[in-house]
Write a protein that binds this ligand. Structure first.
Ligand code: MSP
Length: 485
């Protein structure tokens, strides 16, 4: 049994506005945070998210808008915060890499590695993609362009970089990931299985040392021992997970003085598959070299396409999470995102499917069920249910979270909605009276209280409403939970 749970999302680049790709990761991470808060107590969970604000890409986006990078980062970072607030994302800390305290910690972290002889000066020659903020390997280049960003010209560069001796640590990282094979509780788990195998294969092929600094990139954290260099944005960003346990602020940034060091190391880094390499090799390599504990697990989810196509500005198919909230409301948007496809696999989403799902699962499904039972229960003089306030999570919900499958947990709750619907159709309570009716309604209400309680990590407001309706002394038919579209 865990005694604390430290969960993170990637910190998002501020060169892009928040879209549903970012919302997907963050909302799913939020379900873990809420689940573990209910189990372990809120004070034992640390849910971290934030923005990644340095680097060439951000500086270029700021220049295009005629803004200083910091002013630009302030603006976009605030947008992220706003979207998370709207979606009910219950983070404990919103981290910004331009926080001067983080800049100091990054400096100390790298100076320590430099002093230990794990960082050296060398020359790098290769093709840099500003879209990815990294040098590309041969496999990542097609027809002279980056596969991910075919329209962003590659920059051929030969420059002096400081390098971290990742090659020296890769065998150790490999061994830590492989320990998982023995079936014993692994120290460092990478998942899901297929992606873990990909990573293992890549590490076995051999790993080069990686740059930790670049010259001539002004929008970044200067290296303490060589001010002509700034810290490579990926290294700066990864260290956020560590810094956040060292900087003790509350949501308003005013500082609650409570130490978060006891949360180290992270229990779960949730990332998209695009950045698993950085999290399952570079990050643990840096930690091993620093004698810091490795995260307990890194889990990569898949990417979704929209109507079969990659989501992109040029295709004009980027979905704004706030537009979804305007159409469907907060809880329904969370539902549509979490249940859209298997967590860990790739998938496809479409606005049309969202609408169908909204109507089928929420308006006609859960919403209608709650309304029907409440309407019948209005006839009763008093609530027949003995309220047990300490509702537990269902075993299948617990198990799904242990497998990093909140989508499966949600699915199992909604299959109970269907089962109860069928049961009511068979038992035709509207034809019953007196004690018989009371007994049937009692069983429906008990089941709805289980459903309501188990929905709390996913649809927090709906969960609270269901619990309120069916724990009231006298039931009254509430307003519809979801209005059919
Ligand atoms: N700043 C880095 C992360 C540093 S973490 C130390 C970064 N930022 S990002 O803004 O590009 O966000 C990438 C993340 O957004 C992905 O890992 C994924 O979580 C999410 N997604 C972006 N597009 C997505 C989809 N189309 N589908 C699913 N998730 C997507 O990389």
């Amino acid at each position: 049994m865990k005694d604390k749970f430290f969960i993170t999302t990637p910190i998002y680049y501020v060169n892009d506005r928040p879209h549903i790709g970012h919302a997907y990761t963050t909302v799913v991470a939020d379900t873990f945070a809420r689940f573990y808060r209910a189990k372990l107590g809120a004070e034992n969970v640390f849910f971290l998210t934030g923005t990644d604000e340095h680097g060439t890409k951000v500086a270029e986006s700021a220049a295009k808008k005629g803004l200083e990078p910091q002013a630009f980062a302030d603006e976009v970072s605030a947008e992220y915060k706003n979207v998370w607030a709207t979606l009910g994302v219950s983070y404990d800390e919103f981290f910004r890499t331009t926080d001067p305290r983080h800049e100091a910690i990054v400096g100390e972290f790298l100076t320590n590695l430099y002093d230990r002889g794990f960082i050296y000066k060398g020359t790098y020659k290769g093709w840099y993609c500003v879209g990815c903020e990294k040098y590309l390997s041969f496999e990542e280049i097609k027809d002279g362009a980056c596969i991910q960003h075919p329209k962003t010209p590659l920059i051929e560069q030969e420059e002096e970089n400081y390098f971290f001796k990742l090659g020296d640590f890769s065998k150790k990282v490999l061994a830590e990931i492989e320990k998982d094979d023995e079936g014993a509780a692994a120290d460092f788990k990478v998942g899901p299985a297929e992606r873990r195998n990909e990573i293992l294969g890549k590490i076995r092929q051999g790993v080069n040392d990686v740059s930790v600094s670049r010259p001539g990139v002004s929008w970044g954290i200067p290296l303490p021992w060589d001010k002509n260099h700034t810290v490579y944005v990926w290294v700066d960003a990864l260290i956020n997970y560590y810094s956040a346990t060292k900087i003790f602020t509350d949501k308003n940034g005013s500082g609650d003085g409570k130490s978060r060091e006891r949360f180290w190391p992270a229990d779960l880094h949730i990332v998209g598959k695009d950045i698993l390499w950085f999290h399952s090799l570079v990050w643990p390599g840096l930690l091993l070299a620093s004698d810091l504990a490795l995260p307990r697990s890194v889990f990569a989810h898949g990417f979704f396409t929209v109507d079969g196509q990659k989501m992109s500005k040029s295709l004009g198919n980027v979905i704004d999470p706030l537009a979804l909230v305007a159409e469907y409301g907060v809880d329904a948007t969370r539902y549509l995102l979490i249940s859209a496809f298997t967590f860990g696999s790739d998938g496809d989403i479409s606005l049309e499917k969202f609408k169908e799902k909204f109507n089928a699962d929420l308006a006609n499904g859960l919403g209608n069920l709650v309304a029907r039972v409440a309407k019948l229960a209005e006839k009763l003089d008093k609530n027949p249910v003995e309220i047990n306030s300490a509702a537990n999570f269902l075993p299948e919900v617990e198990k799904a979270f242990e497998e990093n499958r909140p989508d499966k947990a949600l699915d199992s709750i909604f299959s109970r909605v269907k089962t109860l619907d069928q049961k009511i159709a068979e038992q035709t309570p509207w034809t019953k009276e007196g004690e018989e009716l009371t007994a049937l309604l009692k069983s429906y209400m008990e089941e709805l209280l289980i459903i309501g309680a188990n929905l709390s990590p996913f649809l927090p407001a709906t969960s609270a409403k269901i619990l309120e309706i069916f724990t009231a002394e006298k039931i009254t038919k509430p307003e519809a939970l979801f209005l059919r579209k």
